[in-house]
Design a protein around this ligand. Structure first.
Ligand SMILES: [Mg+2]
Length: 255
C-alpha cells in the first residue's frame, strides 16, 4: 500500500522489496509496562510518591494541572519534535497548584527519580518478543528507536533484556534530544547501522511516531494496532498487525 500525500511510490507488480534493516519501537511493541503506560499512571505515581514523603496534595488538582502543562509543552515542541523536559513539566504542574517548599527543586527531582525507577522494575517483554528477535537476528540489521525522556533509565531496561546483544543500534530520544517522528532520531539509528532508509523498515505501535515519520523518510513500516483504534490510518502503513507475534509473517509477506 502507499500514500500519495507522503510522496510514496506504490510497489509495482513484480517489484521486489529488499529490506536489510528492521528498526523496532520499544514500549508497546517489544516491551510492556501496562501499569505505567495507561492514561493517568504517571500522575498517580507522582501523587503516591509525594504522599509517602508526607505531602498531602489533592489528586484531581494534580492530574488536571499536569494535563494542561503537558498539552502546552507538546504544542510548543510540536514544530520540531525536540525532547520534552519532564522535570520542568512536573515542576510547573506543582507550582500551578500552589505547592511550595524551601526544597522545591530537590523534591521535584526526587519524585521524578523515584518515578523513573518503576520502569526497569515493571517493564517486561511480550510473550512473542524473544522468539521473534531470535528469528530475525542474523537475517537483518536490527535497531531500536524509542521515545523515552531519560537515557540511563531506558538503558537499564535494555540491559534487563540483553538488548545490547540483539540490536546493533539502540537510540533513545532523551539522548538524541529529538523524538520520533523527527527524522533526526531515525537518521541516528540508520547511520549507526550503515543503512539507507529505502532498505529499512520500522515496526511500532504509534501511528505518527512509528509509521508517519519513517514513511516520510522513505522507509517501510509495520503498524501494530492491538485494539484496532488506528483503522483510519491503516492505509499509510505497509502492513498492519495485531501483535508482535505477527511481525515475522508480515516481514515474509513484504520481502
Ligand atoms: Mg510504543
Amino acid at each position: 500500500m502507499y500514500n500519495e500525500a507522503l510522496g510514496d511510490q506504490p510497489n509495482l507488480p513484480g517489484d521486489t522489496v529488499i529490506i536489510e534493516t528492521v528498526l523496532f519501537d520499544c514500549w508497546g511493541t517489544l516491551v510492556q509496562a501496562p501499569n505505567l503506560m495507561r492514561r493517568g499512571a504517571s500522575t498517580e505515581i507522582f501523587h503516591t510518591i509525594l504522599e509517602t514523603h508526607g505531602f498531602d496534595i489533592d489528586y484531581s488538582a494534580l492530574r488536571d494541572a499536569y494535563i494542561l502543562v503537558t498539552r502546552k509543552q507538546n504544542q510548543e515542541a510540536r514544530s520540531d519534535w525536540r525532547e520534552l523536559d519532564h522535570v520542568e513539566r512536573l515542576a510547573l504542574t506543582l507550582r500551578s497548584i500552589g505547592f511550595n517548599h524551601p526544597d522545591f527543586n530537590e523534591i521535584v527531582r526526587e519524585v521524578w527519580t523515584e518515578y523513573l525507577k518503576e520502569w526497569p522494575k515493571q517493564s517486561t517483554l511480550y510473550d512473542d518478543t524473544t522468539l521473534l528477535l531470535k528469528a530475525l537476528r542474523g537475517k537483518y540489521k536490527l535497531g531500536l528507536v524509542t521515545n523515552y525522556p531519560d537515557g540511563p533509565t531506558a538503558r537499564k531496561v535494555f540491559r534487563k533484556f540483553r538488548f545490547e546483544e540483539v540490536f546493533d543500534s539502540l537510540v533513545i530520544s532523551g539522548e538524541v534530544g529529538y523524538r520520533k517522528p523527527s527524522w533526526i532520531i531515525f537518521e541516528r539509528a540508520l547511520t549507526e547501522l550503515g543503512s539507507n532508509p529505502k532498505d529499512a523498515l520500522m515496526v511500532g505501535d504509534t501511528f505518527i511516531a512509528d509509521v508517519l515519520g519513517p514513511k516520510k523518510m522513505g522507509m517501510k513500516s509495520i503498524l501494530i494496532d492491538a485494539d484496532g483504534s488506528e483503522v483510519e490510518n491503516h492505509h499509510v502503513a505497509d502492513v498492519v498487525v495485531r501483535s508482535i507475534g505477527e511481525v515475522g509473517d508480515a516481514l515474509k509477506q513484504l520481502c
